[in-house]
Design a protein around this ligand. Structure first.
Ligand SMILES: [Zn+2]
Length: 88
């Protein structure tokens, strides 16, 4: 017996081959680095240190996680600083 179920990933990929990827920002890592996901095939990209878009590999995902942590703690510290300076 042969199954004729459609593979769900096949059509979106074909769509991207024909019309190009439709990337949307999925995560803001820092002011300059963002992660993008294609709406159709879920392919992920990120901004590298040169500002170019590259494929989001596990290694870059790791780098972005670190960058994000530094960025958050830095902005947090700035917030606290401005808060204390407004008190005194
Ligand atoms: Zn795509």
């Amino acid at each position: 017996m042969e199954k004729t179920t459609n593979k769900p990933t096949f059509i979106p990929k074909m769509y991207c081959n024909l019309f190009g990827h439709d990337y949307q920002v999925s995560k803001k890592v820092t002011y300059h680095v963002k992660e993008y996901t294609c709406r159709h095939c879920k392919k992920e990209l990120t901004t590298n240190s040169n500002g170019n878009l590259i494929e989001l590999t596990p290694k870059f995902r790791e780098i972005n996680a670190i960058l994000s942590r530094i960025h958050t703690s830095r902005t947090q510290r700035l917030k606290e600083k401005s808060l204390t300076s407004s008190i005194y």
